[in-house]
Write a protein that binds this ligand. Structure first.
Ligand SMILES: [Zn+2]
Length: 281
């Protein structure tokens, strides 16, 4: 395996929400620097939540619901509105499923696990990242080249105000093989390493939805650049591996939803073509 130069991504994220449950002050300040996304059904039984900076999703299947990614800690406050959009309640939520173990995706996972009494599923190669509570882990490039973009400050300022570095998830349920997962919605897991080692996308074929996590985005969280593209190098382990991972998705068809940016409806192949043309960001 090619050795990739790595730099520890160090981000100004405190552990504000890790010590105590969000209180009224956090509720007031949670969405500073960001605009809250109203719960939106992006496909049958699939609801988008979060902010203009970070997305998370609910997937309904009959009476049961899976939470896919958990944004920042304060995003837990959006759960009831999202469930109401689906005509469901907290008692119907059966699982948390994480695309990967970064802090802007694990947000309220530990709180959901303990308060709702549900398992948190993540690929085995991201188990350590998820359970040790590192914000972002290793990256192929340092953060400083991105600090000339106002968008970077907007993101980090927002994450700080929305709970800081999430508490580690104490216990996770891991999967390692591609294929259908035994959670509501029965998404097909496709391991697409590169952003993190265990990064995985989830395909809901019958709904025509591909939940792409942070393999690609349509809004670069550090530069603000729009259109399908890889996540920036300072947040990814290996852009080369991410580009390789894209080949696993070429034959899929459907709408793509992302960790960052709006849904993409112009085809999976076209998103991949544009991301390859742009290259590492
Ligand atoms: Zn990420």
């Amino acid at each position: 395996m090619r050795k990739i130069p790595q730099a520890e991504a160090s981000l100004p994220l405190g552990r504000a929400a890790g010590r105590s449950p969000p209180g009224p002050i956090l509720l007031v300040s949670a969405f500073v620097f960001a605009t809250e996304t109203q719960p939106t059904e992006v496909a049958e039984g699939v609801v988008r939540l979060g902010t203009d900076l970070v997305n998370w999703y609910l997937v309904a299947d009959g009476d049961a619901v899976t939470i896919v990614d958990c944004g920042a800690p304060a995003y837990f406050d959006q759960l009831d509105a999202g469930l109401a959009k689906l005509g469901r309640s907290r008692a119907d939520v059966q699982a948390v499923l994480l695309t990967h173990g970064h802090a802007d995706h694990t947000g309220f996972a530990e709180r959901a696990r303990t308060e709702l009494g549900i398992p948190v599923h993540v690929h085995k190669d991201d188990e350590q990242l998820t359970t040790t509570g590192k914000a972002f882990g290793k990256a192929e490039r340092p953060m400083f080249p991105y600090l000339r973009y106002p968008q970077a400050y907007k993101l980090f300022g927002h994450l700080l105000s929305a709970g800081g570095t999430p508490p580690p998830v104490q216990t996770v349920t891991t999967f390692s093989d591609d294929g259908e997962l035994d959670v509501p919605g029965r998404p097909r897991a496709i391991h697409t390493g590169g952003h993190t080692s265990g990064h995985t996308v989830f395909f809901l074929e019958s709904r025509g939805i591909l939940i792409l996590g942070d393999l690609l985005c349509t809004m670069n969280p550090l530069t603000g650049s729009r259109g399908p593209q890889l996540l920036p190098r300072s947040l990814s382990l290996s852009s080369a591996t991410m580009l390789d991972s894209l080949s696993k998705l070429e034959s899929l068809e459907g709408t793509i939803v992302f960790g960052h940016g709006d849904p993409w409806t112009q085809g999976v192949a076209e998103a991949i073509r544009q991301a390859r043309a742009t290259g590492p960001t």
